[in-house]
Design a protein around this ligand. Structure first.
Ligand code: AMP
Ligand code: ZN
Length: 470
């Protein structure tokens, strides 16, 4: 089966054809590790995980590279303001390196809790200063750079197709909207920093010597340098969230293609944002946000959030509500219980599940994935099959097992044996359920927290509250 992916560069769904037969090189923009990653960020990583897992299901090997931005991402996209890492360091009274270490670990804890596969190469920007410097030198040699008082900049007017990813009208909009005087030395509004100098007379926590003076790399250059080092001058797939189209990925393309004269990536995939129902965007800079690690203390398994991400296609905006997370948690539990019953039936009688599945339902599942990773439809095909009385338990289980290689919802993991809850804790569960029925959500939330502190996570279902030990 041929996998078709929507390419943001050509604005069309295209059949995916890797440069090297049977192996896809994927570059993923990773986190800026100055604070926790929120569940919105994680939606993008779940979509990228589905991409990698689907490629594998279709028989294509995957080599995945992800950067860790631990220097150079400034507060403003116009290459102005403080380095986000230094903002984090000041906020917590730690060194930028300690901040990077702490939040990198926190990120991968959440990443793994969502069953996302680890990349083959993880690249902290601070370990690629040499590669970035070499790339800037190559651009300098070809005449694409110029020097200002605060750094070395890329001259976007020298590249005729600058902005092709975002589209001409978008780039014109940026030019018109550019604030006058932000950086009067920039030749064109879209020009961007490749290397920034440390402030005159000042010392940054993170700075390196370079042919142009002591300083630090611009944010965009890291991804170009790492992607090309690990995946070659032209890579198969580059992906990230929709916010990266206009500036970050546009500038990655510009500097990479100017340096090599070759296309940087053949397919560009972008996931749309998760937004909060009432407050709109979920943003790291807003300070208040939800992380995957916070979910268990609110009574939800991280994988319930993974399931949540499957409710909407990755190219559509997904709105977060607690009600919908409740529904996802219930659906996941139901699917797990169904699987457990099938496994139970099969262990008592009947043949083991076949290694392959050929049912029409499974074809629908793979066709949905092949159509630009349409996970909502693939999931619907799985539900259709497990409820289909015409399929044997063995066939259903074989479907579930293969589907879970992509869904990664741990469907085949045996559920924990039922346990008795101590009477005083059970009383709290009941009290909470009563509060919820009376719409006293403040009390029910307090009781949920109190139970969690005692090691019991509660979740609400139409049939009442469920609890589990955490
Ligand atoms: P950052 O750490 O801010 O560089 O972002 C890490 C990844 O999360 C990038 O691919 C972003 O495009 C993506 N991202 C940021 N905010 C959201 C959101 N609300 N929903 C989905 N993805 C997001
Ligand atoms: Zn990037």
């Amino acid at each position: 089966m041929k996998l078709r992916l929507y390419n943001s560069l050509t604005r069309e769904k295209e059949i995916f054809k890797p440069i090297k037969d049977g192996e896809a090189g994927i570059y993923t923009c990773g986190p800026t590790v100055y604070t926790y990653a929120h569940i919105g960020n994680m939606r993008t990583y779940v979509f990228e995980d589905i991409l990698a897992r689907s490629l594998k299901l279709f028989g294509c090997g995957v080599k995945r590279v992800m950067n860790i931005t631990d220097v150079g991402h400034l507060v403003s996209d116009a290459d102005e303001g403080e380095d986000k890492m230094e903002v984090g360091a000041r906020r917590e009274g730690k060194s930028a390196r300690d901040i990077a270490k702490f939040y990198t670990e926190a990120f991968f804890k959440d990443y793994k809790a969502l069953n996302c596969l680890m990349p083959d190469a993880l690249c902290p920007a601070t370990e690629y200063i040499k590669e970035m410097t070499e790339l800037v030198l190559a651009l300098e040699k070809k005449g694409f750079t110029y020097r200002t008082g605060d750094g070395i900049y890329f001259d976007t007017s020298k590249l005729p197709d600058y902005g092709k990813l975002a589209g001409k009208s978008h780039i014109e909009g940026i030019k018109e909207g550019a604030r006058v005087g932000v950086n009067a030395e920039k030749r064109n509004p879209c020009d961007f920093a490749l290397w920034k100098f440390s402030p005159p007379g000042g010392k940054r926590q993170m700075e390196w010597p370079s042919p142009w003076g002591t300083g630090f790399p611009g944010w965009h250059i890291e991804c170009s340098a790492m992607a090309m080092k690990h995946l070659g001058e032209t890579i198969d797939i580059h992906c990230g969230g929709e916010d990266h189209v206009a500036i970050h990925h546009t500038n990655e393309i510009a500097q990479s293609e100017a340096a090599t004269g070759k296309p940087f990536a053949n397919y560009w995939l972008h996931g749309r944002f998760l937004v909060m129902g009432d407050s709109g965007k979920m943003a790291k800079s807003a300070g208040e946000f939800l992380t995957v690690s916070m979910l268990p203390e609110k009574g939800y398994a991280p994988l319930a959030y993974r399931y949540y991400c499957f409710l909407t296609h990755y190219r559509k905006q997904l709105e977060f509500t607690w009600e919908a997370l409740d529904a996802s948690a219930r659906a996941l539990t139901a699917l797990r219980e169904l699987t457990a019953r099938l496994m139970d039936e099969l262990s008592k009688k009947g043949p083991p599940p076949p290694a392959e599945v050929n049912s029409a339902g499974f074809l629908k599942f793979t066709e949905a994935l092949a159509d630009d990773l349409n996970i909502p439809q693939a999931l619907a095909a799985l539900w259709g099959a497990v409820r289909n009385p015409a399929l044997s338990p063995a066939e259903k289980l074989a479907f579930i097992r293969i589907a879970d290689e992509v869904l990664a919802l741990d469907l085949m993991k045996t559920p924990a044996p039922a346990l008795e809850l101590a009477p005083e804790l059970m009383a709290l569960v009941r009290e909470r359920e009563a509060a919820r029925k009376n719409r006293d959500f403040k009390k029910s939330d307090e009781l949920r927290k109190a139970l969690f502190e005692k090691g019991v996570a509660v979740e609400d279902t139409p049939a009442g509250s469920r609890w589990k030990l955490v």
